[in-house]
Structure formats: C-alpha cells, structure tokens
Design a protein around this ligand. Sequence first.
Ligand code: TPP
Ligand code: SF4
Length: 264
Amino acid sequence: MRTENLPHIWCPGCSHGSVMRALCQAIENVGLERRKTIIVSGIGCSSRAVGYLNFDTIHTTHGRALAFATGIKMANPDLHVIVLTGDGDISAIGGNHLIHACRRNIGITCIVLNNSIYGMTGGQYSPTTPTGDLATTAPYGNIDRDFDIPLLASSAGATFAARTTAYNINETIRTMEKALNHNGFSLIDVASICPSYYGRKNKKGDAVRMLQWQKENSVSVTAAEKMSAEDLKGKIITGIFRDEQLPEYTDEYRKIIEKAGGGK
Ligand SMILES: Cc1ncc(C[n+]2csc(CCOP(=O)(O)OP(=O)(O)O)c2C)c(N)n1
Ligand code: SF4
C-alpha cells in the first residue's frame, strides 16, 4: 500500500476497498513479483484504487485502461498486467476495447468492480444497471437492458471469465488467484456495492444490508443450471463461466517476430 496516499476517497461502506484488498491478497498468494507487476486503471471511484497500491501503476483516461494495458503487455510480455476498472469504465466508454482485448486473448487480468452505477459522477445509470432500477438519469426507471459482463467477455473470446461478490471475499481471492495464473485474457466481474448512489436511489438499505442481500441472492453456476429463468430473476450467478487454454496473443506475436527475422 502507498500509505502516504491515505485516507482514501471512498464513502463509508463502499466495497471498492475490500476488493482492492482481495487483489493484494491474491497477488501475495500467487507470489507475483512486485517489480514485474503493473496495475492499470481508467477513471471512476473504482479506478482510484491504483493510487493506493505500491506497484508500478497507471491511472489512465476514462474507458482506456485496456488500451494502455495492451500497449504495456505488447511492449513487455513478461510483465503481469492487471486492470482495475468499473462497470461504466469497462462496458460503456471502454466497451470496444473490452471486446477486442477478449477477442485477442491477450494475457491481461481484468478485475471489474461492478456496482451497477456511475459512482464518481453522481449515480447515472451504467450498462449494468438492472432494467427498471433507478438512477439520477433514470428517475422513472431504467429502460435499457443490462449487460452480463462475464457472458459478454466469454462470447467475445476471453478464455477465463468469472463472477464473484464483494460479500464472498474468500471466493473472490481464490478466483483472482486462478485469473492471475491464467495465460490469456482473464476477467472477473466482482458484484460490488455503492451505498451512496445505487443503494440510496433504490432503497437497498445500508452497506451491511446490501452485502446481506448479496449473500442471500447469490447462486453458483452449477446450482443455476438446475433453475428456471424465472427463479434466476434478480439473482447473482457466481463462479467460473469459462476456463479454457487457447493461444495467448503475445505468444503468437513472438512467433511472428521470429518468422520475420526476429530483429536481426
Ligand atoms: C471522457 C470522459 N467522459 C466522462 C468522464 C466522467 N466520468 C468520470 S468517472 C465516470 C463513471 C465511472 O463509473 P464506473 O466506471 O462505473 O466507476 P465507479 O465510479 O462506479 O466506481 C464518468 C462518466 C470522464 N472522466 N472522461
Ligand atoms: S460514490 Fe459509490 S462507488 Fe463512489 S466511493 Fe461512494 S460508495 Fe463507492
């Protein structure tokens, strides 16, 4: 931690800090070398996490974390490149970068702190705000249909796609460890809470109540397979949706460099 940058900016009860802490634990458990690990973020409350982490970090521009991360990984494939981002950052303004990073299967681990709202700018709806929910820009209810980010990522080509919750931090750490060990594009959508905007607008109660709700409404992928679409409405499906080994982009690019004469 860069303790000199504390206190952090997050509201009381925001789950971004717990997820950031889970990432630190997973990095330590996997044994990633600090000098070889770089953490990249876009813009948002979630993206502010990189400022508190004592690694080589880059706080980039809104929606562009994956573009910067791709450049870093291409320039030095031996680095562990991690992206920390929010649902707005990655699936609205950054949506195009997301699908192409997935399609390339580039070796980046992307952690989405998905609180279903634009927290930093005052609670506008995002592509993951559930249909019908309230936001400052949807005072009568959101009519957009929401993205399922792990499903979107795996359909676009990500070879590791999972969802966990801020409530179940042990599962989040275990899943992060798997994602960090994966050779290819790995994405974890962490269902997070924003008590200040999403929670208050939608009368979800305080942070404790919001985490309790996550506990009571999480269903594992295996249990979900036996449930009807009706029963799954409003539930958070957690677990690993895809874990497959396919050629990683910078490995393939290295072969192209060799074919082309390898800088001789
Ligand atoms: C190009 C550009 N457009 C818009 C903004 C304003 N902006 C800053 S953060 C943000 C949304 C962040 O939402 P999310 O990624 O979900 O993160 P959260 O704050 O909820 O953690 C927006 C729209 C910006 N900084 N730059
Ligand atoms: S506005 Fe929401 S996302 Fe931002 S720090 Fe506060 S609780 Fe967290």
